[in-house]
Design a protein around this ligand. Structure first.
Ligand SMILES: [Zn+2]
Ligand SMILES: [Zn+2]
Ligand SMILES: [Zn+2]
Length: 148
């Protein structure tokens, strides 16, 4: 059920309009989340580059410039603004939320989104149902054993 990845950007198909390719992360190929840049102004999601530096090599994946967590810097205001103004569908779109939210306000919306509560309720109900189905199966098996 937990389909959300702990790292990587936002899936492009969640956005209202096509996203400019400068706003895509070269590592996860999604739209930049918490963007950082190398000294030559190549952008990545903070979580993606962190993982890359840690697991692959201490270089920028685009220009191979030597890079560490310390030499990463904040992207220009212009880029951040462009990102924040993109309209994205709510995390719970598949659970029926129809909101299109500016990226800037996404986290705030998701925290308050009424569709989370409904979803959790459904998960709990499903778990209970599953439990009772399993119990019934066991009962049937026992009956079977008894009748043989
Ligand atoms: Zn990324
Ligand atoms: Zn670079
Ligand atoms: Zn929502």
């Amino acid at each position: 059920m937990a389909r959300r990845r702990s790292f990587g950007g936002y899936e492009e198909e969640r956005f209202e309009n096509e996203v400019d390719s400068t706003l895509l992360c070269p590592i996860c190929r999604n739209v930049l989340k918490d963007a950082v840049q190398c000294p030559n102004e190549h952008y990545c999601c903070r979580s993606c580059i962190g993982k890359h530096l840690h697991e692959n090599s201490e270089t920028c994946p685009t220009c191979q410039h030597h890079l560490t967590e310390e030499t990463l810097s904040k992207p220009p205001r212009l880029l951040t603004n462009m990102l924040q103004n993109l309209k994205i569908r709510c995390d719970h779109a598949q659970r029926g939320c129809r909101e299109l939210i500016k990226l800037e306000f996404l986290d705030r919306h998701v925290k308050r989104c009424g569709h989370v509560a409904i979803h959790q309720h459904v998960v709990q109900t499903l778990a209970v149902l599953k439990l009772s189905t399993n119990t019934r199966k066991n009962d049937m098996r026992m009956n079977f054993v008894v009748s043989v």
